[in-house]
Design a protein around this ligand. Sequence first.
Ligand SMILES: Cc1ncc(C[n+]2csc(CCOP(=O)(O)OP(=O)(O)O)c2C)c(N)n1
Ligand SMILES: [Mg+2]
Length: 327
Amino acid sequence: MEVTAEIKREMFWTMLLARRLDERAWMLHRQGKITFHVSGIGHEAAQVGAAFAIRRGYDWVVPYYRDLALMLALGYTPLDFFLGLMGRRGEPGSGARQMPNHWSMRSMNVVSLSSPVSTQTLHAVGIAMGIKMRKEDKVVLTTVGEGGTSQGEWYEAVNWAAIHRLPVVFNVQNNQYAISEPVSLQMAVNSVAEKARGLGLPGVSVDGMDAFACLTAFQKAVEDARAGHGPVLIETCVYRITPHSSDDDDRTYRSREEVEAHKKDDGLLRTRNTLEREGVLTPQAVDAMEERARQIIDEAAAQAEATPYPPGEEGAFPVYAEEVRHA
Ligand SMILES: Cc1ncc(C[n+]2csc(CCOP(=O)(O)OP(=O)(O)O)c2C)c(N)n1
Ligand SMILES: [Mg+2]
């Protein structure tokens, strides 16, 4: 697929919107308007590269909590995001009963994750098994952090997908930390891609700050999986610029110098520079996008804040097929 100037601009816009939304979430947290935020800052380029490689709305997506940019590329809206953060009525995934960032979107074949890390990898493989049994040509994209690949579930799922040559693209967003735990204490091999090879499927490591390198890698993996050649693992090497979540103080386990160095080589900046150099974007066009993002975010945040909390009775709905009333 040719990556036109239009597609490049759309990818950049999605990354920019994700970044500004995420920054607003941190601000809302500091203002005491939300209680928790888990951030995708630093992961956007890789996520957008993945999202633009699949047939959106046709293929299945089983994401993890950092995937704000991925979800925006699938049509999740800033209002959806804020309703989740603020726990307000009408949040599309769970009616505001899930934690924030436990995305789901029925219309786009996005399946919600459970909070125990890596369990979504098993769900993705189950869906892929169904696709194969029905002889469909759909692909499942699933994401996880590198720490999640230490879980037993991860090995079970990837092993099964390799044995049965299931149409899954496993994306591991390796940001070098699982909360405070550095990658060197998560694995004795040099990369997650190496783990994949040990389980019998191709493992590719790609620079996750380079949105277009990611797009190319995911396009190839999706094509192979769709053609029936089996699963592929893509490790996107990113960096989590923020603390793990709003409950984490990352000063206790990594230096400020390390974080600052990564900020200078961030995927959003890099994409902007590349596109300006190619003449696909001008500084004026970026300014206009910034203004548009600010307006969209202001409106969505205000709308979410004006939305009431769900009434207590909605707590059990639609968990049960029929309304349950307690005496
Ligand atoms: C089974 C399980 N253990 C521990 C946790 C708590 N926890 C939530 S996120 C996280 C870190 C995961 O790190 P990684 O997989 O590298 O993803 P990242 O957050 O870095 O993107 C942990 C330990 C959990 N949710 N589930
Ligand atoms: Mg990690």
